[in-house]
Design a protein around this ligand. Structure first.
Ligand SMILES: NC(=O)C1=CN([C@@H]2O[C@H](COP(=O)(O)OP(=O)(O)OC[C@H]3O[C@@H](n4cnc5c(N)ncnc54)[C@H](OP(=O)(O)O)[C@@H]3O)[C@@H](O)[C@H]2O)C=CC1
Ligand SMILES: O=C(CO)COP(=O)(O)O
Length: 347
């Protein structure tokens, strides 16, 4: 169904004024869809409306003059066909609660957020269902560095939803000459892929800062995929989703690009900065830092074998030397390559 055919609802809302909320809003504004982007910072909203730039999060990138920014959540959300929520995970529920009085059951609510709520291991789609049980829910995830999208580099993402209408409308709304949207019905797997890869991007940044080579990076990325898939299967997701854009695709881009904030945190740690210094210098969200902690707790609780997460946890939170941890990983018990082919306990 096209946006025009969605008879009762004539616009789209984006909640969040950061780099990703802004590029997603801009994609749709550029193609003539009325977009209302909600942000809490009045100066920033004014800047987007008058200068057509978001100098805090996307300096130097021209935005569509048609993009409307507002600090009024009611006016942003009311009558929007789709409400995209692009708010870091620690504030996601709080912002949804602000929007809740104005959301109706006909609206589609779609998360772009790649994180986990620390209490109870809730992914964002679960928070949406919890706070807004009557709406239809989706998530978008994939190799989507905001600054590359802002430059119109050819990019693809995944819309995942159990609801066909949500998938079709989001494909219609976001599709652009430089932005292609693939559909999936595995909401949990797509969301988990985007969330877990942030952990391994920190590890990739660390290993790059220490001058490790391309063999090391390839080993790290491939074993990360094995670990992510193992975790996903234990949590009930479809491991085949991890072969797609939201799994291997997003893992590749964040482990290979210094535009990734998670990679940059890892690089700063590997260059001798403390975690606090690395996070402060970034000034933007790096979801992977919290995700390491949350996934470590969950894997311990469920006894899921995750040596990379355990090792990284020791480096990031207990100051263990990277080379020592890497040495332990290399001399760990013998294992198998693809455990869906040869189980781990077969060696
Ligand atoms: N950037 C990227 O390349 C991509 C990011 N994502 C995901 O999108 C999500 C959002 O990230 P991104 O836009 O990059 O983050 P940024 O760090 O660029 O921006 C965060 C935004 O959230 C706002 N915010 C934070 N807390 C609140 C709150 N309590 N109330 C209102 N607004 C709040 C900030 O407002 P303020 O400025 O006022 O503090 C800011 O506008 C993350 O989960 C990220 O993983 C997904 C794909 C790509
Ligand atoms: O998710 C992203 C790219 O797909 C963005 O990664 P960072 O949050 O590490 O910048």
């Amino acid at each position: 169904m096209s946006l025009e055919q969605h008879t009762q609802l004539k616009k789209v809302a984006v909640l969040g004024g950061g780099s990703f909320g802004t590029v997603i809003a801009n994609i749709m504004a550029e193609k003539g869809i009325p977009v209302h982007q909600w942000m809490r910072d009045a100066n920033r909203a004014d800047e987007v409306n008058t200068q057509h730039e978001n100098t805090r999060y996307l300096p130097g990138y021209a935005l569509s003059p048609a993009l409307v920014a507002t600090t009024d959540v009611e006016s942003a959300v009311r009558d929007a066909a789709i409400i995209f929520v692009s708010i870091p995970s620690p504030s996601f529920r709080d912002v949804l609660r602000q929007a809740k009085p104005f959301v109706t059951s006909e609206q589609y609510v779609v998360s772009t957020t790649k994180g986990i709520e620390s209490t109870g291991f809730h992914l964002m789609s679960e928070i949406i269902k919890d706070e807004l049980p009557d709406v239809k829910v989706g998530v978008i995830s994939g190799p989507n560095l905001a600054k590359e999208i802002a430059q119109h580099h050819l990019t693809a993402t995944v819309i995942a939803s159990e609801d066909e209408g949500v998938r079709a409308l989001v494909q219609e709304a976001l599709h652009q000459s430089y932005f292609r949207v693939y559909a999936s019905s595995d909401t949990y797997g797509v969301e988990l892929g985007g969330t877990l890869k942030n952990i391994y991007a920190i590890a990739a940044g660390l290993s790059a800062a220490l001058g490790m080579g391309e063999n090391t990076r390839s080993m790290l990325m491939t074993r990360s995929l094995a670990e992510m898939s193992r975790f996903a299967v234990s949590m009930g997701a479809n491991p085949l989703t991890f072969l797609g854009l939201a799994g291997v695709g997003d893992l590749m881009v964040t482990c290979m690009s210094s535009l990734s904030r998670n990679y940059r945190v890892g690089y700063a740690l590997g260059s001798g900065q403390s975690l606090q210094e690395a996070v402060d210098a970034l000034g933007e969200v790096a979801e992977g830092v919290n995700t390491i902690k949350i996934v470590k707790e969950k894997s311990d609780e469920k006894e899921i074998y995750m040596p990379l997460v355990s090792g990284l946890y020791e480096v990031v939170f207990n100051g263990a030397p990277v080379k020592e941890v890497a040495g332990m990983l290399m001399t760990n018990e013998q294992s198998t390559d693809v455990e869906f082919v040869l189980p781990r306990d077969a060696v």
